[in-house]
Design a protein around this ligand. Structure first.
Ligand code: NCD
Ligand code: ZN
Length: 352
């Protein structure tokens, strides 16, 4: 018997679409299924002022429209630097040009060099954001050569996040792409101002995927996947039905030449399979009824945005569904995330 599940149309609360040729190639994979996405600002140069976010949004909208998805809504974010101007952040949020701002500890990940070294330097911006209720999105890893890369999320919580939440108790905070039981526990125990995104790939892989049988660059992302017990804690959080956890794919396209290199880039491009993978994981946990909350409700409620009105149906077939392994861009090919198991769920085509 065919199994189906219909959800409110999902949103992606953490997405990298890049710019130019790559934007053109990757955006339709998001826009065909997701109503909205939080667009990460780590371009080169980064999106620091709201006027830059407005022109980036126009580029995204024009590609969405040209590829047949004019209703796709990019939700723009600002990249915080130590010299970010609170007035500019205020105008951006009040005029609805941007919905959130992202804190990258300097050096933590791709294009984060302009990020923040001393968190106190951005306190004036955080005051403004707290006053307006503007969410702060955090890449939660310390940058410290004495801290093991597998411990950097836990260390960030200990050293920075606990203090930050204490200092700004009314500031909405999203701890992005959590990868550890420490992240899960922290968010669970915090006030309802604190939430977290979880990626499809961190629900599927542990660090073996990246390191066993040779270095596997296509499973390398930041924060890096951790040991199996952490993955299991992430699955439990995602399927728990808690409103504090929601989908952020962190789909982060890099061309093959930049992944398969002596110094490969961090990032996994997962959007084409994200919803199929999630249905698989939620079904295996006997929690398909929690999938809609995770993909389509919890994030919108946290951001205080209306829920999407239309829907999307996932269908389970008896035989594995084929997905493309690579997508093509004018800059080179991009590998699609391979969960290393067969996928049976796919999205029923709909006329919109
Ligand atoms: C992201 C990228 O490539 O922009 N990479 C990643 O591994 N997730 C940056 C980020 O979100 O850390
Ligand atoms: Zn990201």
């Amino acid at each position: 018997m065919t199994k189906k599940i219909t959800l409110r149309r999902p949103d992606d609360w953490h997405l990298h679409v890049r710019d130019d040729a790559v934007l053109k190639a990757v955006l339709p994979y998001t826009a065909e299924h997701f109503a909205r996405a939080i667009i990460m600002p780590n371009l080169t140069p980064p999106v620091v002022r709201y006027q830059e976010a407005t022109s980036y949004r126009a580029r995204i909208k024009s590609i969405a429209t040209a590829t047949g998805w004019p209703s796709f809504e990019p939700l723009m974010t600002l990249y915080l630097t130590e010299t970010s101007d609170p007035k500019n952040v205020r105008s951006g949020f009040e005029s609805e040009a941007v919905v959130a701002a992202k804190l990258y500890p300097a050096g933590a990940t791709t294009n984060s060099d302009a990020g923040v070294q001393k968190i106190e330097k951005i306190y004036p911006v955080l005051e403004t954001m707290q006053e307006m209720g503007m969410p702060l999105l955090i890449h939660g890893e310390v940058v410290d050569s004495s801290i093991d890369i597998f411990d950097r999320e836990a260390a960030f919580i200990e050293r920075t996040l606990i203090k930050l939440v204490d200092r700004f108790p009314e500031l909405p905070i999203v701890l992005e792409h959590i990868t550890t039981v420490d992240g899960v526990d922290f968010v669970r125990g915090a006030s309802n101002k604190v939430a977290a995104t979880i990626t499809p790939h961190h629900l599927v892989i542990n660090r073996n995927a990246m390191l066993v049988g040779g270095i596997q660059p296509h499973y390398y992302c930041l924060p890096v996947a951790k040991r199996e017990s952490h993955r299991a804690a992430l699955v439990q959080a995602a399927v728990s039905g808690s409103r504090k956890f929601f989908l952020g794919t962190d789909s982060a396209p890099h061309t093959l030449d930049s992944k398969e290199s002596s110094c490969g880039c961090a990032g996994i491009f997962n959007v084409p399979v994200a919803l199929s993978v999630l249905a698989h994981i939620f079904e295996a946990a006997d929690a398909l009824d929690k999938l809609e909350g995770f993909c389509s409700v919890n994030g919108a409620e946290f951001y205080r945005l209306p829920l999407n009105e239309d829907s999307l149906t996932l269908v389970k077939s008896d035989t594995p569904v084929p997905f493309s392994d690579l997508i093509f861009t004018e800059n080179g090919e991009i590998k699609v995330f391979d969960p290393m198991f067969d996928l049976y769920w796919s999205i029923e085509e709909q006329i919109r």
